[in-house]
Every structure is written in structure tokens, then in C-alpha cells.
Design a protein around this ligand. Sequence first.
Ligand code: SF4
Length: 399
Amino acid sequence: MTDYQMDTKKRPEHSPVGPSSIEAIILCPGRVKLSENLPDHTSFAAAQGTVAHAICEKVLKGDSLKGYKPGDTVAQDGYDIPIDRDMHDAVAVYTEFINDIRGAYSHLSTKEVIEGEISLDHVGLPEIYGTVDHALSIPFDTLYVTDYKHGTGVLVSPENNPQVMTYALGVAGDLLHTYNKVALSIVQPRARTGDKIKTWTTTPLEIEAFLTDTLKPAVKAALSGNAHLSSGEKQCQWCKAVSICPEVAKQSMLTAQEDFKTFAEINPTNPDTFTIDQLAQVYKQLPLFKKWIKAVEGRVFGELATGNKIAGFKIVKGRRSRSWQDTAKAEQFLQDTLQDKAFEKKLLSPAKAEKLLDKQGKKEVKKLILVSDGKPSIVKDSDKRAAVSIAADDFKHLT
Ligand code: SF4
């Protein structure tokens, strides 16, 4: 037994080195120890993803998607998650993709896993366990592994993706070498840009190389107690240790110093005096800086909210807002008193109208829709969208 093995009978419900955090752990092994004993916080988006995953699972196991009615809500992690048309469409994209794979092999004997438990005990990594969304094993041929992503903003690629490669290791067990190929897919139906379904086909040898050269050393380092911290957008984005992380604090301070140095050298009231290099340097660090500021704000709020004193600050009530205590009673009263004036009529948006119209109606309404370009935004060079040049007059939109 190595120094980083664990007694599988005593393991917590969620692995601190589970597949969904593996990529972040490879990038920053120190985060595992730093996050120990910190409370988990589930965001609305994460709760939404959990509900979508649950519906995906039930539909793949035989439920009809029609049974999940838009307009219903599901209580999840303290939130009321609406089941809307968007979630319906996303689940449909995923389940249709899986049904296509199933259909292609319906004449063969296959083994399927739907939201199934996997662990890497068999390769000496019992600390890694979790749940794979879907896998279909075609013996002596192909192992299909698919991961569903409900998120919209951060695009995920299956290529060399540590999370799906880890799932493949878990699903394959001792039989990895018996497959000809391994097809890893990410289905991200709500992605704002790019393909919604991406597949990377690789070999058992590549997966084994990932296990030996990357996964084992990273997990060993992460659990050893003296792993290094390394900040970056990818790994820090969802890290719960960000508010107490010395590395993020250091990088943010360096950025701040760079900012102040820049401001000392130039006229701060005139951004035009920044050199292009100074702009690039400072701009590159801003996401991390902003994240750190948000985490510090969250921590200060948490400390004050639980009664701890922070000199110079206190919590006060926000601006008051008003709403109906009982919507049905208010509706009845206003209708009796104001008749037609009780309600405001609002025209449907093009998207909502298209959802209600039939084929002919959709064709007709297209002629009535004005398509305007979205507000320009700054993205990384690696973004697939083509760069645009903007006339000087349009600069105002960016500020
Ligand atoms: S905040 Fe970033 S650098 Fe700090 S532990 Fe988390 S991932 Fe590592």
C-alpha cells in the first residue's frame, strides 16, 4: 500500500480527487489539502445541472421526456429549479445522441452504464471514484464514454480531457487493453458557440499513458501534503479555496502592484497613455484578480453575517422591494377594480413565438424579425469566432 491509498470502506460520499476535479488537481495539486474542511457551496447553475442530469438519466432508463413538463419546478440543493423549454431541448439533444449510439449496436451484446458508479481501485487509485453519465461497451471493439454538460459559458472539449479519460479508466476496469478504440464525447447542448456534441477517439494505449504519466503523479502529489499551488483561470474558476489561497492572493497582489506601477508611470486619467504591452499584461490577469476580489467580498460578508467583527464594516438591509403576498387574491382584486387595466399586454419575443408556431408560421414570422449583432466583447485569441474591427464611434458600447 502506498502512502496515498485510502480505506475504501471509510471513503466520503464525494471524492476530494473525483473525476470532475481531476483536471484542476493536475494543474494545481495543492488545492486538495487547501480545500480540506472548507464547506461546499452549491450554486444555482450547479443545482440546475444536477436536475438536468437526473432527467437525462430517467429518460435513458425509459421515462418519457414529455412527463417532465415545462413550468414545473424541482427542489434541489435549496433552490427551486424550473424545468423549462431550454432544459427540455438540452436533455433531448443528449438522449438522442445516446440513442443513436445504442441504435448502431442494437444487434450486438453490449454493456451499458447510465449514471453508474466508477472507481479506480483496480489501478491502485481507490481515492478516485465518482459517477459516469453514460458508457456503452462493445466488447473487443469500442468503449464509448459520454459526459453531459449543462453549462453554457465554459466550453469543454473531450480531447485529452482528464475527466472523461478517468471515467474511461473506471468503466473499462481490467479490460481496457481489450478495446480497439475509446470514443470520448462531451454533449454540451446549451453551449453558446461551437459544436454541441464533440467526440475524440483515442486508444487504450493513450489512456494508459495518461494514467501513468499524469494521473498517478498528480494524485500522489495532491494527497502527499506538500503539493505546490499553481493558479490559473481553469483550476481556480470553481475552487472553493480561492478566498484563502495564498497563491491567488500573491498573484492578485502582483497584478495590483503592476497596475499601480503602471498608474505611477502614466497619467491614470488617460488610459490612452498605457502602452499596448502594459495593457496586455494587466488585462491578462484581470479574471483572477476579479475572482479574488469576489471571494474576499464573499468571505467578509460571511464573517459579518455570522457575527464576527471586521473593523470599519457592517451589514445593512438592501433596498426594499414589493411583491404580491397572494398573487391569486391580488389578481382578483385588481381585475374587479381596474378591469382590463389590471393587466399589461406584452408581445412575445421572436424565440418564444417560434416555439409556439407551426412550420408555416415560423416561415412567415422570419420575415418580421430584425436580427441585430450582439454587443462586441473581448475574448481570447483561441476563441473560434472571427475577429471583428470596430469603427471608432462604436467604442462607446464597450465602456
Ligand atoms: S485557488 Fe487556484 S491556486 Fe489556489 S488552491 Fe485553488 S486552484 Fe490552486
